[in-house]
Write a protein that binds this ligand. Structure first.
Ligand code: BEZ
Length: 212
């Protein structure tokens, strides 16, 4: 069944390159990004895994754990990780789930049969500390993802989780944000002491509240 925003992320037990995990226990108290790649020893996936490894400190700063999945074995992941380090210069520094029987891929609807009935698509699930799904992305095998974009949306999601704000088109960390329409002007003056500008009665902007 499709996993939709706001759903509790399905829990599962899995073998990973860093040992067996129980997903919700493993991520307890953190945000998590569960992402699939179609197959080990493939070029686009190699670039993606190296890039994510190079950005790990950025995810750590955001209290966000990373976990990758493909329908290959742990042994295959371990051999491939050597190639990833060789080609990209980055050592994989997060667990990779081995899912040769596709149990977790099916649980997360990562196999889209009209694309491939054996490989996963490139799925991304951003999951909050409450275990609820906050964002999903689906890319085809032919298209590598931008993990800079995933960091950007993580910043936006975390900001909206902490403050009654939304982020406008092309928002980047540090830009002004939009005050939620559910907040009255009076309440907005209390919540956003830096003030706000009303562009329309339904459209008020304020400096990013968690920045000096
Ligand atoms: C790749 O990562 O390059 C790839 C993986 C599966 C199918 C096609 C390309």
């Amino acid at each position: 069944m499709a996993i939709r925003l706001g759903d509790i992320s399905p829990d599962f037990e899995a073998d990973t390159t860093t040992g067996p995990i129980s997903f919700h226990d493993w991520k307890r108290g953190s945000w998590a990004i569960l992402f699939s790649h179609p197959k080990d020893f493939t070029p686009v996936c190699t670039t993606e895994l190296g890039r994510v490894a190079s950005l790990k400190a950025e995810f750590d700063r955001r209290n966000t754990k990373l976990i990758a999945l493909s329908v290959d074995s742990i042994e295959s992941h371990e051999r491939w990780a050597m190639d990833i380090a060789d080609v990209t210069g980055s050592t994989v520094n997060f667990p990779m789930i081995g899912d040769p029987d596709r149990r977790i891929a099916m649980l997360y609807d990562m196999i889209h049969e009209n694309e491939s009935d054996t490989l996963t698509v490139r799925s991304v699930f951003v999951i909050g500390p409450d275990n609820r799904v906050k964002l999903t992305l689906t890319y085809p095998a032919s298209t590598g993802r931008s993990f800079e974009e995933i960091l950007r949306v993580l910043d936006a999601l975390q900001l909206s989780a902490d403050y009654a704000v939304a982020t406008p088109v092309d928002w980047r960390n540090g830009d002004e944000v939009v005050i939620a329409t559910t907040v009255s002007d009076e309440d907005a003056r209390r919540r956003f002491p830096k003030g706000f500008v009303s562009k329309k009665p339904y459209f008020r902007v304020t400096p990013q509240p968690n920045r000096d």
